[in-house]
Design a protein around this ligand. Structure first.
Ligand code: SF4
Ligand code: SF4
Length: 304
C-alpha cells in the first residue's frame, strides 16, 4: 500500500448526522487497515444549522489536525446547501463529490465540474428509518465514490457504532439504508455553473466594532451580530421539511406556539396560528408536540 492521504469534507445540517457519518467513515477506514481521524466544526449549534465534519484517512499515522480546506471527496447531505454556502470551495480538480439529491449528476450544479455521485438519500432514509437522517444512506454512496474503504468495512462500522448507540434493530435498518444507497447511486459529472463566493469574510474585524460599544454594527456578509437582531437571520433557509398547518384540526392548545424554538408561529387574536416560513427551520417540534395532529411535516421547502 503506497503512502496516501485522503481527505473528506462533509457539509450537512444539524440533525442530519454529518458528524456521525464522518466518525463512522473513520472507523471503517481503521477496519480497512488505515489510520484515520474525524472531527466536526459547528457554527450555530442548532438543529438545521449548517454543519461541517471532516474525515482524514492515511496509510501512516496522522499528525495534521487542521480543518480540511482542499478535500479529495466532498459530501453534501442537503442539496440546498450550495445555494447558501460555497461548499465546493477548495475541492481538488480531480476530486469527487457525493450529493444527496434525486437529480442525476449532469443536472446538479455544484459550482465545479467534477466526478459526482448522487443518491436520493432522504427518500431512502424516510423509507428505511422513518426519519430524514441521511448519514447511513450517504455512507453507502461514499463506498461507491472512493477506492480506499470498501462497503464491507463501512457496513461493519455502521453495525458497530449504531448498534452500540441505538440497538441491533436500528443498526440493521441503517445497514439496509446504506446498502440501498450503494445500489442506487448515479454517477457522472456535475455542472460547474454556479458562482462560488470567494474570500468571504465571515466575521467583522475588531476595527469595525466601535470602542466601548457592544456589538451593534449590524450584519456583515451573512453574519448577524448585535442585540435584537435575530429577525435578520432567516433560518427558513435551513429547512428541508415544512410544517403544514391544518386549521380545521387545531384545538387552540397553544403548545406549538410555546414550543417553536424560532418564534416562527404567530398566535392570532382568535388563538389560531399562523406560520412565518422565513424563520421556520423545519425541526418538526411543532408537529411532534401537537395533540390534535393539526401540523404535518412535508418534505421540501415549499409553503403549501
Ligand atoms: S414552526 Fe415547527 S418546524 Fe418550524 S421551526 Fe418552529 S417548531 Fe420547528
Ligand atoms: S399544538 Fe396543534 S392543536 Fe395546539 S395550537 Fe398548535 S396546531 Fe393547534
Amino acid at each position: 500500500m503506497g503512502a496516501r492521504l485522503f481527505e473528506v469534507r462533509f457539509h450537512g445540517r444539524g440533525g442530519q448526522g454529518a458528524v456521525m457519518a464522518a466518525q463512522t467513515l473513520a472507523e471503517a477506514a481503521v477496519l480497512a487497515g488505515y489510520f484515520a481521524q474525524a472531527f466536526p466544526y459547528f457554527g450555530a449549534e442548532r438543529r438545521g444549522a449548517p454543519v461541517k465534519a471532516f474525515t482524514r484517512i492515511d496509510t501512516k499515522r496522522i499528525a495534521l489536525k487542521s480543518q480540511i480546506y482542499q478535500p479529495d471527496l466532498l459530501v453534501i447531505l442537503d442539496e440546498g446547501l450550495p445555494s447558501i454556502e460555497p461548499v465546493a470551495e477548495g475541492l481538488k480538480p480531480e476530486g469527487r463529490a457525493v450529493i444527496n439529491t434525486s437529480l442525476p449528476p449532469e443536472e446538479y450544479d455544484l459550482g465545479v465540474e467534477v466526478e459526482c455521485f448522487t443518491v436520493d438519500a432522504t427518500t431512502i432514509a424516510l423509507e428505511k428509518l422513518k426519519a430524514p437522517i441521511v448519514n447511513t444512506s450517504i455512507l453507502g454512496a461514499i463506498a461507491r465514490a472512493q477506492d480506499m474503504v470498501p462497503l464491507k468495512c463501512i457496513l461493519d462500522a455502521i453495525m458497530d457504532k449504531f448498534g452500540e448507540r441505538l440497538g441491533e434493530r436500528a443498526a440493521k435498518a441503517n445497514l439496509e439504508a446504506a446498502e440501498a444507497a450503494y445500489s442506487q447511486v448515479m454517477s457522472g459529472r456535475c455542472r460547474g455553473e454556479r458562482i462560488l463566493r470567494k474570500g468571504q469574510q465571515w466575521l467583522p474585524s475588531w476595527e469595525d466594532i466601535p470602542p466601548g460599544v457592544a456589538l451593534i454594527v449590524g450584519s456583515k456578509e451573512g453574519v448577524v451580530i448585535g442585540p435584537g437582531s435575530s429577525w435578520q437571520n432567516f433560518t427558513g433557509t435551513w429547512r428541508t421539511q415544512t410544517p403544514i398547518y391544518i386549521q380545521e384540526k387545531c384545538v387552540r392548545c397553544l403548545r406549538c406556539w410555546w414550543a417553536c424554538p424560532e418564534g416562527t408561529i404567530k398566535r392570532l387574536d382568535d388563538d389560531y396560528m399562523r406560520w412565518d416560513y422565513r424563520y421556520c427551520k423545519g425541526c418538526g417540534i411543532c408537529a411532534n408536540i401537537c395533540p390534535a395532529k393539526a401540523v404535518e411535516m412535508k418534505r421540501g421547502t415549499k409553503e403549501w
